[in-house]
Design a protein around this ligand. Structure first.
Ligand code: FAD
Length: 383
């Protein structure tokens, strides 16, 4: 067997999982190369702890990627500038590479500039530095209206904006100012986490009601006026004193430039094998689109990126050995939904069932602890 070169684009959830799985399987004559523009990895869930001050600074959630080298994973801290999937060729800011196998794990990019006024008016808590700013702003906040605005679908971690609302509610209660603050959540979705089904949606609506968080589904934002602090929706208008926004998500520019996208604006893949339409080119995680039996799409979440990476690693390993792997991505996933006061609910299910079969288990301190373990175990394993 001659040494192969496997190139992984992106060092987030999916890329790190893929690189580690592949390195475990392949001997050192095979090259595993990971290209990532950032010097460190951090999980999105860390942003929620930044909002509340449980994590005091973004650097506490950042973990250096340089440690990959010790594991025999070649890490190129470079900007990917072009991808030719038909030739499996990648150009970066300083290298030109040809891959025998290519794994695209470039995630979703945030595009706050796509909504007029959003950048000026809102804290983008999907960015760790902005989530950190929310922490300081919340410390000062004692009266008025906090609005959480989901601008467009799809967005990463469908639970995260609801978690932000619950955590802010809990924070303000502990600060004894909650009775003077309105919390409002606006979304274009018909219910919370629609892909998880009506029962999960109703359970989350009930949790919002129990906490006096006003919920406004089917609210599609048109623009925001930062000076008058007003959001204009298709259906009505709203005022705010503090605004937290989930910006629109788009495929990264380098993916848009390559001949990779389907009509949804994301990379279409075989749902079970994660193969793209190009030979030996796989795509995983947020950059992909997978249509489910109910006509909706697989949510963008780290657990899926991680599990897809494991399937892809099996497939590549089997292929190099001249075999085919029976391992398939099954659409199973879970998440811990923070509800405040050190508690989290637990959502789990199979999104490939017809219809997706997802249940939400009641909040507990144990689930909140498991969420911390979720982060810790990945960092320990991957870096
Ligand atoms: C607030 C919040 C909470 C969340 N909570 C959870 C949770 O509890 N559980 C869960 O499973 N998921 C959660 N998520 C979602 C999770 O973070 C994403 O779904 C996950 O990161 C997707 O993994 P990925 O590998 O597809 O993309 P990413 O992790 O985003 O990785 C993509 C990488 O590609 C790099 N990249 C892009 N373009 C280039 C380029 N041109 N050159 C070089 N590098 C490039 C990026 O820098 C990035 O590091 C949360 C997200 C947020 C925002």
């Amino acid at each position: 067997m001659t040494g192969k070169t496997i190139v992984i684009l992106g060092g987030g959830f999916g890329g790190l999982s893929a690189a580690n799985e592949l390195r475990k399987k392949f001997s050192s004559e095979h090259k595993i190369i990971l290209i990532e523009r950032k010097k460190s990895f951090s999980m999105g869930l860390s942003n929620l702890w930044l909002i509340t001050g449980e994590r005091q600074h973004p650097s506490q959630g950042e973990h250096a990627l340089a440690s990959l080298k010790k594991k025999g994973i070649e890490y190129l801290n470079e900007e990917i500038v072009s991808i030719s999937p038909s030739e499996r060729r990648v150009e970066t800011s300083s290298s030109s590479l040809h891959a025998d196998y290519l794994v695209i794990a470039l995630g979703a990019e945030l595009a706050p500039q796509d909504i007029k006024g959003l950048q000026e008016a809102a804290y983008n808590f999907y960015d760790s530095n902005e989530a950190y700013k929310v922490q300081n702003a919340l410390q000062q906040f004692s009266k008025g209206t906090i609005a959480i605005l989901i601008t467009r679908t799809p967005f990463k971690c469908p639970a995260a904006p609801y978690e932000a609302a619950f955590l802010i509610d809990s924070f303000l209660r502990n600060k004894k100012v909650r009775q003077r603050v309105n919390i409002k959540l606006y979304t274009p979705e018909p219910q919370p986490m629609p892909v998880a089904g009506i029962d999960v949606g109703n359970a989350v609506v009930k949790m919002l009601q129990e906490r006096n968080i006003d919920y406004f589904p089917e609210h599609n934002v048109l623009k925001i006026d930062a000076s008058s602090k007003r959001v204009l929706f298709e259906v009505d208008e709203a005022e705010f004193d503090m605004l937290l926004g989930v910006p629109p998500h788009v495929a990264p520019p380098v993916v848009r430039k390559a001949d990779l996208l389907g009509p949804t604006g994301w990379i279409p893949v075989d749902p079970k094998t994660l193969q793209t339409r190009f030979l030996n080119v796989y795509a995983i995680g947020d950059v992909t689109t997978i249509k489910l039996a109910n006509g909706m799409f697989l949510p963008k979440a780290g657990v899926f990126a991680e599990n897809q990476a494991k399937v892809v690693a099996e497939k590549i390993f089997a292929d190099v050995g001249g075999e085919s792997s029976p391992t398939m991505f099954t659409g199973e996933g879970y998440c811990y939904l923070e509800v405040g006061n050190g508690m989290a609910a637990y959502g789990v299910g199979n999104f490939f069932s017809t219809p997706p079969a997802v249940r939400l288990e009641n909040p507990s301190m144990q689930y909140r602890k498991e969420k911390e373990d979720f982060e810790r175990s990945r960092i320990t394993e991957w870096l």
